[in-house]
Design a protein around this ligand. Structure first.
Ligand SMILES: [Fe+2]
Length: 200
């Protein structure tokens, strides 16, 4: 999607669908949300503003994690060495492409609900909950271990996100995260299969 105007759009306080303003509170940090002046664009979307505000906040966290994961896939794709080079080099790029699709879907869901998708490298670095990907890794074994750690960690936060979206009665966001979760589970399998043996 592209921007057609360079002017700064007005942000509007969320309302409950009946024209009433709703409080800018989030379960995790109600005061902080108000202090940060978080607000949504007006939309005819029928989910209540208070619900959309919480969904946008939670999806924003998952977006940061997902973008971080995508950069980690490229880090592995570029730097992997060893006898399995070509297989892992190509696998890591396939995962990157898939994760890029998840990034786009989560970001656009945030915008559909009236929020702002915060996807710059600096915003992501400040927000991501994933562990840092070690820069000096070289061997296939090291990259398989590191990327499977990140896929597992992201998979966990996405699964928690599904439960959060269900609690907020946003079936669309729950479905989106379910699709992401299923994809991440598959990629974790593809990566982990390089190091699995019986009993582990
Ligand atoms: Fe490449």
């Amino acid at each position: 999607m592209s921007r057609t105007s360079s002017s700064t759009p007005l942000l509007h306080a969320p309302h409950d669908g009946n024209g009433k303003k709703v409080s800018k509170t989030r379960r995790s940090d109600p005061e902080g949300a108000a202090e940060n002046g978080i607000a949504l664009y007006t939309t005819k979307h029928d989910l209540p503003g208070a619900t959309r505000l919480q969904v946008v906040d939670l999806l924003g966290q998952r977006l940061a994690d997902c973008l971080d994961l995508q950069s980690q896939c490229k880090q592995a794709h570029w730097n992997v060495k060893g006898p399995n080079f070509i297989a892992l080099h190509e696998l890591f790029d396939r995962i990157n492409e898939s994760v890029e699709g998840y990034v786009d879907a989560i970001a656009e869901r945030i915008v559909q609900l009236g929020g702002i998708a915060e996807g710059t490298v600096r915003a992501v670095a400040a927000k991501s909950a994933l562990i840092d990907y070690p820069l000096a890794l070289g061997s296939g074994e090291e990259h398989v271990a590191a990327l499977s750690d990140s896929l597992s960690q992201f998979g966990r936060t996405v699964r928690l996100g599904i439960a959060e979206m269900n609690d907020l009665t946003d079936a669309g966001s729950a479905d989106l995260l379910t699709e992401v979760s299923r994809g991440i589970d598959q990629w974790l399998w593809f990566v982990e299969a390089h190091q699995q043996s019986r009993g582990h």
